[in-house]
Design a binder for this molecule. Structure first.
Ligand SMILES: Nc1ncnc2c1ncn2[C@@H]1O[C@H](COP(=O)(O)OP(=O)(O)OP(=O)(O)O)[C@@H](O)[C@H]1O
Ligand SMILES: [Mg+2]
Length: 261
């Protein structure tokens, strides 16, 4: 199978001005020479503790952040060199779902408008077509048409994450970065959302980069996993073999920290 995403030697350094010294700026090495690839139809898990660089990687892969060095290829093409037309296409086919459905949905917008906005931005002129797309994602995500005229705060956490997923799907993407999509939810709701993501992947032939700090969640959903520690991938491969035979000390620590279920 072909690679949908290929990350080559990616480095990201954040710099911030040091107000006490003109010569020296603050800098954080958030990603250090990271390489990985995601095949079409794959769910790659990206695991690491807070601050290890997971979101930075997810944002670089979507061209929401500019890397300092290295390359990201989408279907074999460098995303940083996309012209305007290719970038618009890429923005349609690569979407993100955030951790917190409380802050990622505009509280002043009705669900209908939240779901319609990406279609308007991408110039889908035909109102009927937009409506069809909205009904389709509502159905795919197990939401109810009756909710379209309501506001995000009228929904539970799990329902809100379904709305965020529906919004990510409305442009019919191929690739989704899910940045800790269930971490903010009650444990009882987490399984429902994970199953939904799993079903959607099959039904729509999606590819995910699934970010999590929970190895159990990743084991449930992914075949392959990359373990990050301080901006570096310290272990990368098939999840079962890493579970059964971890090579890296940091991975062993992560594994020993998870409860047995
Ligand atoms: N905009 C920014 N400016 C400066 N430093 C940043 C910025 N965003 C992230 N960092 C730093 O880069 C490093 C990696 O952060 P990142 O958010 O990618 O980690 P993460 O693995 O997603 O963590 P979490 O699990 O808490 O979401 C951290 O040290 C963080 O403080
Ligand atoms: Mg993060």
């Amino acid at each position: 199978m072909e690679n949908l995403i290929e990350v080559r030697n990616l480095t990201k350094i954040y710099t911030a001005e040091n107000i006490f010294s003109k010569e020296e700026n603050f800098s954080t090495l958030a990603l250090n020479n990271v390489s990985l690839s995601i095949k079409k139809g794959e769910i790659l898990g990206l695991v690491g503790e807070s601050g290890s660089g997971k979101s930075t990687l997810g944002n670089c892969v979507l061209r929401l952040l500019q890397p300092t060095r290295g390359e990201i290829l989408y279907k074999g093409e460098n995303i940083m060199s996309f012209d305007k037309k290719k970038l618009i296409n890429f923005r349609r086919s690569a979407q993100i779902i955030f951790q917190n459905p409380y802050s990622s949905l505009n509280p002043k917008m009705k669900i209908k408008d939240i779901l319609e906005e990406p279609l308007i931005i991408h110039k889908m002129e035909n109102k009927k077509e937009r409506e069809e797309r909205i009904f389709k994602v509502i159905e795919l995500t197990g939401l109810n048409k009756d909710g379209l005229n309501r506001f995000p705060h009228e929904f539970s956490g799990g329902q809100r994450q379904r709305i965020a997923i529906a919004r990510a799907l409305v442009l019919e993407p191929e690739f989704i970065v899910a940045d800790e999509p269930v971490s903010a939810l009650d444990v009882s709701i987490q399984a429902q959302i994970l199953n939904l993501l799993k079903d959607l992947k099959e039904e729509l032939n999606l590819t995910y980069l699934f970010i999590s700090h929970d190895l159990n969640v990743v084991r449930y959903l992914c075949n392959n996993v990359a373990i990050m520690n301080r901006g570096e991938i310290v272990e990368y491969g098939e999840i079962e073999s890493i579970f059964n035979n971890p090579q890296n000390e940091y991975t062993k620590t992560l594994l020993s920290a998870i409860p047995v279920i």
